[in-house]
Design a binder for this molecule. Structure first.
Ligand code: AP5
Ligand code: MG
Length: 216
């Protein structure tokens, strides 16, 4: 089954997609993670997108759509996927619909205050896709990933000014997709405001029902 994890920066897309990928055995495809790995490895793609990502802007549709086209053509994506951070614009949503239409869009709804609180304390693993929070979801050992033991770091785009830019990009370019998916009948609103364990517990029930063929 094909799920899009949708929501504002800090809504919990990555956190919930990691849980869902382990639970349901579907690949977690995060455009943000792919871009950050490319920046880390200084590939031609990384060099092209570094400045715009660190400033909190959006990478162009051409680059992002091509990336997703190539990623979803890999064999592990043939049984389904969990998309995290894509689509983020109307052209991207239309491209996905033409390429490989989503079954469901999980829209993690959170308040602005929660977003700011989560992003200001986030720590990410430098190797795998796990993310933590200094108070809301601390690792067992400070500064170290529970899952793989690698050091944690603060994302460049979690600086205050970049966060502001990401929120503007979300409101102006991404949030309008809620109406687009509502019209397609694939939108599944989920309350993302609670702590990570309770949001995941509720989401797991919802996703299990969807996978069994129930309607939301
Ligand atoms: P991306 O990596 O997708 O960033 P984002 O959308 O801004 O989302 P975040 O990763 O910041 O938030 P999240 O929802 O995953 O929250 P998380 O689970 O970490 O994209 C980065 C950049 O790449 C973009 O700005 C853009 O430049 C570029 N890009 C990517 N895709 C693109 C596209 N399609 N088109 C164009 N450009 C693109 O949670 C946040 C924190 O809260 C963590 O600390 C976590 O531990 C904690 N937390 C999570 N859930 C809970 C909970 N329920 N309770 C308590 N704490 C929680
Ligand atoms: Mg994320």
């Amino acid at each position: 089954m094909r799920f899009v994890f949708f929501g504002a920066p800090g809504a919990g897309k990555g956190t919930m997609a990691v849980e869902a990928s382990a639970e349901f055995g579907l690949p977690h495809v995060s455009t943000g993670e792919i871009f950050r790995a490319a920046i880390r490895d200084a590939t031609p793609l990384g060099l092209r997108v570094k400045a715009v990502i660190e400033a909190g802007g959006l990478v162009t549709d051409d680059i992002t759509i091509q990336l997703i086209q190539e990623r979803l053509a890999l064999p592990d994506a043939s049984r389904g996927w969990l998309l995290d951070g894509f689509p983020r614009t109307l052209p991207q949503a239309r491209a996905l619909a033409g390429l490989c239409p989503e079954d469901w869009v999980i829209d993690l709804e959170v308040s602005d205050a929660r977003v700011i609180q989560r992003l200001s304390g986030r720590r990410n693993c430098s190797k795998c896709s796990h993310s933590y929070h200094v108070t809301l979801k601390p690792p067992l050992v400070e500064g170290v990933c529970d899952a793989c033991g690698s050091p944690l770091y603060v994302r460049d785009d979690d600086r205050e000014e970049s966060v502001r830019n990401r929120l503007v990009a979300y409101r102006t370019q991404t949030a309008p997709l809620v109406d687009y998916y509502r019209t397609r009948g694939t939108l599944v609103p989920v309350d993302g405001e609670g702590d990570a364990a309770s949001v995941w517990a509720a989401l797991k029930v919802i996703m299990t029902r969807l996978m069994e063929g129930e309607r939301p």
